[in-house]
Design a protein around this ligand. Structure first.
Ligand code: PGA
Ligand code: ZN
Length: 427
């Protein structure tokens, strides 16, 4: 039984306040969870409650959400059986009483939901991933590492596209994949220095070179991959998250970097060329969340060969994903727990997506804590791929490091997802 729930305000990786929740059980079990926060946020995401008190943290404080946990949620769930995750999540939803969790705050609710799960796993004497997914859970994901940052995560200094990720899918284990990723990251740093590019990093730990086109990062990374003796395409693929809602205005995609204004079809042509020229295996948010009808065209044209992932457009929301499946506008959904606000609702989205043969790509946020819940989550549910930034900065590597520990724990019994999760291998 839950005996204590206590939230506090801490800082995230961008120096913005966020919520941390402690949960204690009657038998003394103690756990803690941290809640992340996005910068390129979908308009239909569950509501992140902030104080808007300009005297503190420029209005970004979360003391109201903290207070909602401590004085509204805690008294209701103390005494409850910690293993009743769904019951507790449903109670949290009804205590809030709104559709978008704007009353108590999705940040307050998620912190509690995840703390309950973590505490229950210890009570059940299971590693978190096994508690989430059962004793058979053994699939280690391909890490999609974001090694060049652009867009809003780089203050619009470099590329227009927000994320250039490498997927070291040709490795035989997660450990080897992680090593390759780190070597490529270091090799890219050396290459950038050689070319007299800046090597400071963006919000997710990737470099921010002041490139002159949105393809140039792909050339730079290809070279960095070759420089460590790996083969681009065979060993390592690309994934791109342009986060295009951020540069979509009045029906046009504005690529400042190249002085281009493209309509939706020209934007799709642009991606098609990139996919033909480079071994891109996944494109996330290629079109804006307000461009629903053209997503279908994007998916028709590229979805047979690569994963077309919706982030801002689906916001891990079951009703929107259902409509997306019906309209056939993508073939995968990005999974961010804080977009919807409870573990149970997130699992519902995953189950629905899988029933319809859609991929589920698990994700961190650009503002993170050192909580590694999503690492256990991706293995527990066997979702095969995760993005959690560069193989650098504490809040990013903590998730990858946890995956390393899980692989070690499973010793010979783990399976590395590798190329099997991809639609196109380019091998
Ligand atoms: P965010 O970005 O966490 O800033 O929303 C991540 C993403 O767009 O995938
Ligand atoms: Zn995204």
């Amino acid at each position: 039984k839950i005996s204590q729930v206590k939230a506090r305000q801490i800082l995230d990786s961008r120096s913005n306040p966020t919520i941390e929740v402690d949960c204690t059980l009657e038998n003394g079990i103690f756990v803690r969870t941290g809640v992340p926060s996005g910068a390129s946020v979908g308009s239909k995401e569950a509501f992140e409650l902030r104080d808007n008190d300009k005297k503190h943290f420029f209005g970004k404080g979360v003391k109201m959400a903290v207070n909602n946990v401590n004085s509204i949620i805690a008294p209701e769930i103390i005494g409850m059986d910690v293993t009743k995750q769904r019951e507790i999540d449903e109670l949290l939803i009804s205590l809030d009483g709104t559709k978008d969790k704007s009353n108590l705050g999705a940040n307050a609710i998620l912190g509690v939901s995840l703390a309950v799960c973590r505490a229950a796993s210890i009570y059940a004497n299971l590693p978190l991933f096994s508690y989430i997914g059962g004793l058979g859970a053994n699939l280690l994901p391909v890490p999609f590492m974001n090694i060049i940052n652009g867009g809003v995560h780089a203050n619009w200094q470099g590329a227009d596209f927000q994320e250039y990720m490498i997927a070291p899918y040709g490795a035989k284990s997660f450990e080897e994949s992680y090593e390759w990723g780190s070597e490529i990251y270091q090799s890219l740093k050396s290459l950038l220095k050689e070319k007299r590019y800046n090597v400071s990093v963006g919000d997710e730990g990737g470099f921010v070179p002041l490139v002159s086109s949105n393809e140039e990062p792909l050339d730079l990374i290809s070279k960095a991959v070759e420089n460590v003796g790996l083969s681009i395409g065979r060993d390592v693929g690309f994934a791109i998250d342009p986060a295009s809602s951020e540069f979509y205005k009045d029906g046009k995609y504005i690529l400042k970097n190249q002085n281009l204004e493209l309509d939706s079809i020209s934007m799709i042509d642009y991606y098609e060329k990139i996919v033909n020229d480079y071994p891109v295996v996944l494109l996330e948010d290629g079109l804006a969340e307000y461009d629903w009808d053209n997503w279908k065209i994007l998916n028709d044209r590229l979805g047979r060969n690569i994963e077309i992932v919706g982030d801002d457009i689906f916001v891990t929301n079951l009703n929107i994903v259902k409509k997306g499946v019906l309209d056939n506008i993508a073939n995968a959904v990005l999974i961010k727990l804080n977009q919807i606000g409870t573990l149970s609702e997130t699992i519902d989205v995953v189950n629905f997506a899988r029933q319809h043969n859609w991929g589920c790509f698990v994700s961190h946020r650009s503002g993170e804590t050192t909580d590694s819940f999503i690492a256990d989550f991706v293995v527990g549910l066997g979702l095969g791929h995760i993005k959690t930034g560069a193989p650098a900065r504490g809040e990013r590597v903590e998730k990858y490091n946890q995956l390393l520990r899980i692989e070690e724990f499973l010793s010979g019994k783990s399976v590395f997802a590798g190329k099997s999760i991809l639609k196109k291998s380019n091998g």
